[in-house]
Write a protein that binds this ligand. Structure first.
Ligand code: ZN
Length: 225
C-alpha cells in the first residue's frame, strides 16, 4: 500500500539495510524514500561503493555523513585495519562493536529527517541473530525513539522491520519481494571487505548459513506441496 509519508532508511549497502530499503520502496514508493549512509572509517571503502551503486540503481536519493570522529573516542576492529575481527571469544561483545554507533546514527538521522519533513526512520537492526551488540536491541531502539522525540519535539517513528527475524527469515522477506537474487548478487556484508564475501568472517558465515537454511526450507516446502 503506497502512502504519501516519507521514510529515511539508514543504509550501509549490506544485506539487512538493502532489504529494508527495498521494503521501504515497496511500502512508501520510491520517490518518498531516501537513504542516509554513514562513513565512520569502515575498514574497506568497498561497502560505501556498493551502497552508492545500489542507491543509484534503485533511484533513491542518498546522503553521506562523515562520522569518522567516532574513531577518535572508541576503538573497534571494524575501524582498525590492523586488528583481527573475532567473534565473542569469551568477551561479552565481539571486538567488531563500535560503541554507541547506532545512538549516533539515529541522532544524526533524526536531525536530517526533521530537516526534510520526514518522520519515519528505518534501521535494519536485529536482535534475533544477536551478536551481543546492545544498541541492536529493541529496548534500546524504543528508548532512542523517545529520546529523539523529546530532543527535537517531533514525532519520529523509528521502524525496525528485521528486529525479530532470523537471517533465514530476512532472506525469505527478500524472496517474497522478488529481490533475493538482487540482494545475493549486489549487497556487501563481509567484515574483511572481500567482494563477494570471504566466507570465513562472522558476517559472511551468518549470511551464508541463513541463506542455506532458507533455501533448504524453501526446497522442502516445495516438495511438500
Ligand atoms: Zn567475510
Amino acid at each position: 500500500m503506497l502512502s504519501s509519508k516519507k521514510a529515511l532508511v539508514i543504509f550501509s549497502g549490506g544485506q539487512d539495510s538493502t532489504t529494508c530499503l527495498l521494503q521501504a520502496i515497496r511500502d512508501y514508493g520510491v520517490h518518498n524514500v531516501s537513504a542516509i549512509t554513514f562513513q565512520y572509517g569502515q575498514r574497506h571503502g568497498i561497502e560505501l561503493d556498493k551502497s552508492k551503486w545500489i542507491a543509484e540503481k534503485l533511484g533513491v536519493a542518498q546522503t553521506f555523513i562523515d562520522t569518522s570522529v567516532i574513531k577518535a573516542v572508541t576503538h573497534s576492529a571494524l575501524t582498525d585495519a590492523s586488528a583481527t575481527i573475532e567473534h565473542n571469544d569469551g568477551e561479552p561483545y565481539p571486538n567488531s562493536i563500535v560503541e554507541g554507533r547506532n545512538a549516533l546514527f539515529l541522532l544524526l538521522a533524526g536531525c536530517h529527517a526533521k530537516e526534510n519533513g520526514i518522520t519515519d526512520i528505518i534501521i535494519g537492526v536485529c536482535e534475533t541473530d544477536f551478536s551481543g551488540y546492545p544498541d541492536c536491541r529493541d529496548v534500546f531502539i524504543k528508548s532512542m525513539n523517545v529520546t529523539l522525540n523529546l530532543a527535537m519535539d517531533y514525532k519520529f517513528n523509528v521502524i525496525t522491520p528485521l528486529m525479530y527475524l532470523t537471517k533465514a527469515e530476512t532472506w525469505a522477506l527478500a524472496d517474497q519481494m522478488g529481490q533475493l537474487e538482487f540482494i545475493r548478487e549486489y549487497t556487501h556484508t563481509c567484515y574483511e571487505g572481500v567482494d563477494g564475501g570471504c566466507g570465513q568472517c562472522p558476517s559472511c558465515q551468518l549470511r551464508e548459513q541463513g541463506l542455506a537454511t532458507y533455501l533448504t526450507e524453501k526446497s522442502q516446502a516445495s516438495i511438500n506441496i
